[in-house]
Design a protein around this ligand. Structure first.
Ligand code: ZN
Length: 256
C-alpha cells in the first residue's frame, strides 16, 4: 500500500507534513512547526501521532514537539549533531543511517549548511524526500551556520536522488524565489513557464509544493551551478560550481 502524505500550512509560511502507512497504521510528523494545525489534520484523518522526524533545530520546526509528545507519547527522532538543541528528542540519526517507517525504508542524508546538523529523510520506495530548509522550490535555505561549499555539497546530494522524487520542503517561499530566479536566468523558458504557473497557484491560495528533483534541476538556479548558460550569464565560466553557487546565494541574500 502506498504511503499517504498530507501537507498543510502552519504559522505563516511553514509547511506541516504528516506521513501515514496504511498497512501498519503508523503516522509521523515531519518537523513540528505548530501544534493546532497538526492536531487538526490528525483529527480529520483519524490518525494518532506515533513519531516526529525532525530535520533541524530551528524553533519554527520544533516548537510543537513537547505539546504533541505530551498528548500522544510519540517518539522524537532528530539529527545527531543537533540533539542538544531539540526539545524532547528520544533518538538520533545521521547521514547513511536507515530505519523503517512501517513497511518503508527511511534513509537519512546529511544536508548541512542552513544549520550544521541539518538532515533530510528519503523514503525511496515511496519516492518522497523531506528536505526541511535545505532545498526549496526554485530556492534553497539561507546558509546560516555552515559555508556555501557545505550547502552546495548538500544540494548535490539531493540533486542525485531519482528525478521523479517528490520533494517536500519546510516553507512556501516559491513566489519570491521565482522572482529572484528570473533575475539570474531571465531566458530560461522552463523557469518563465513555472513562474507563471506559481503566480496562478498562489493567487488561488494554493500550495506550490511538493516539487520534484527534475523540475528543480531545470528551474532552480541554486541547483544549476554546473549549467553552462548560467555560468556564462554570471561571467563565471571557469569557476568551481561551489563558487558559482556562493555567488547566486549572495545575490539572493541581497535581493529585495
Ligand atoms: Zn530553518
Amino acid at each position: 500500500m502506498a504511503l499517504i502524505v498530507e501537507q498543510f500550512t502552519c504559522r505563516t509560511d511553514n509547511f506541516g507534513v504528516l506521513i501515514h502507512d496504511p498497512a501498519s497504521g503508523l503516522t509521523a510528523a515531519i518537523d513540528a512547526p505548530e501544534e493546532a494545525p497538526i492536531r487538526a489534520r490528525l483529527a480529520e484523518k483519524g490518525w494518532r501521532l506515533d513519531q516526529i522526524l525532525v530535520t533541524h533545530h530551528h524553533a519554527d520546526h520544533t516548537e510543537a514537539i513537547l505539546p504533541l509528545k505530551a498528548s500522544f507519547g510519540c517518539t522524537v527522532t532528530g539529527p545527531e549533531g543537533e540533539a542538544a538543541k531539540i526539545p524532547g528528542i528520544d533518538g538520533t540519526v545521521k547521514g547513511g543511517d536507515e530505519f523503517k517507517f512501517g513497511a518503508f525504508d527511511v534513509r537519512v542524508i546529511d544536508t548541512p549548511g542552513h544549520t550544521l546538523g541539518h538532515i533530510s529523510y528519503w523514503l525511496p520506495e515511496a519516492g518522497v524526500a523531506f528536505v526541511g530548509d535545505t532545498l526549496f522550490a526554485m530556492g534553497c535555505g539561507r546558509v546560516i551556520e555552515g559555508t556555501p561549499e557545505m550547502m552546495w555539497a548538500s544540494l548535490e546530494k539531493l540533486a542525485a536522488l531519482p528525478g521523479e522524487t517528490l520533494i517536500y520542503c519546510g516553507h512556501e517561499y516559491t513566489e519570491a524565489n521565482a522572482r529572484f530566479a528570473l533575475t539570474v536566468e531571465p531566458d530560461n523558458r522552463d523557469l518563465v513557464a513555472r513562474s507563471d504557473e506559481v503566480r496562478r497557484l498562489r493567487a488561488a491560495g494554493k500550495a506550490t509544493l511538493p516539487t520534484t528533483i527534475d523540475l528543480e534541476k531545470r528551474t532552480n538556479p541554486f541547483l544549476r551551478a554546473r549549467e553552462k548558460s548560467l555560468r556564462r550569464d554570471l561571467g563565471m565560466e571557469g569557476a568551481a560550481p561551489a563558487a558559482v553557487f556562493a555567488e547566486v546565494r549572495g545575490r539572493k541574500d541581497r535581493f529585495k
